[in-house]
Design a protein around this ligand. Sequence first.
Ligand code: NAD
Length: 326
Amino acid sequence: MKLAFFDTKSYDREVFEPKLKKSKIRVKFFDTRLCEDNIALAKGFDAVCVFVNDEVNSKVIDTLGSYGVKFIALRCAGFNNVDYKYAAEKGISVVRVPAYSPYAVAEHAMALLLTINRKIHKAYLRTRDFNFALKGLTGFDLHGKTVGVIGTGKIGRVFIDICKGFGMNVIAYDKFPMEGSDIDYRSLEEVYRDSDIISFHCPLTEETYHMFNLGTINKVKKGVVIINTSRGALIDSEALLKGLLQKKIGATCLDVYEEESGYFYEDFSGEIISDEVLSRLISLPNVIVTSHQAFLTKEALENIADTTIENLITLEKEGTSPNEVK
Ligand code: NAD
């Protein structure tokens, strides 16, 4: 099998290359994302491997089909960037890595919460400059606070366990609550109304697009901390900014951003970025943005590579895979 590997970063290559060498898959790594503009790179390959910000829409799929590409392997859990229904119509199989390390993402969500609350990012910069003043660094105890978890799948459940370890009161909303669990499920309205901290762990779908918007911001507690490590477009970013400026939202931690695809994973440190909402969010003292890095642990990268390769081998052998997106 010939595989075109898109949006390659050094850490992808380090983990994938030795494993692929041991398989019968021949790979070519491309730095660029797969999108309409550079689709020609996929010519001559049987499969493409893509990540969270590649754009695999119906036009791209049509062209992939005309090149004879049979498999699209997502090396991530979310699949909102691939029109998998259209791919199925064109006879192209889509596979993903449904679970590689829920701990990586849940631990990152807690790291963000601890950082924004105890102002570790500011303290680090101060002490490096021998500024040992504490003014402005006051946080609050997480113990006893109510955290609302939206989406109680693999990552949401690990996050719940972590929060319980901190002595927090956990309430949750899920469209499909887990039967027989001891999770304290509430309506979405109640989670918005009663939480001191809200963390998003549900997938991006038509239904969840902008589920946190101007209307819902009116329903939350004043001073609520919002964490999103799931997908950017769950949150209407302009509304979020407004909520922060009006001081209704106390703080925000974002590992994902709805317009991230043009920026995240690249170095724009020498440039002026044109996304005014992102610039303004980053400029606020009570906002932390990380660049979709919650997945980035050694264990997760190993698991991602193993499952992606296994998915492709199984698809080629059996024409289907348990990790197929249908
Ligand atoms: P999962 O499928 O195990 O869990 C998702 C949960 O969301 C399920 O319990 C499901 O019932 C629930 N859900 C579905 N629709 C919902 C709705 N309308 N409202 C509320 N809940 C709903 O997925 P997971 O492995 O826990 O991952 C969650 C999300 O995290 C993924 O969809 C992905 O977008 C994101 N993610 C981000 C990173 C990162 O690096 N930042 C890494 C991995 C995954």
